[in-house]
Write a protein that binds this ligand. Sequence first.
Ligand SMILES: [Zn+2]
Length: 123
Amino acid sequence: MLQNHEECLALLEQIRWNGKPKCPYCESTNATPYKNERRYHCNECFTSYSVTVGTLFHKTHVELQKWFVAIHLVLNSSGGISVRQLAKEIGVNKNTACYMIERIHKAVMEEKQLLEMLVAIIE
Ligand SMILES: [Zn+2]
């Protein structure tokens, strides 16, 4: 299992970008990394971004480790997992668990490839 947020981001960067940062706004690969975090400054459109922009992980304050476990549980539990179970498993409140389940189901339609690759790796 992945140890920390940093490792999770590195894994996502491998999956989405093949390790080479690509701006989600203008698709440029001309980027400068920020020093202490896995964020990048786009030298074409001058925005900053991380690998989670445009994915189900964008704009949540739930740690990526928890997301990855949740994805595994939601996609691999026979008959699905309940909000209450998920909340207990990963230590979030029910509202958060409910949001995550909905978001993961949506991602199954919209970000299938990303989810499939994640599940294959984190299993
Ligand atoms: Zn850009």
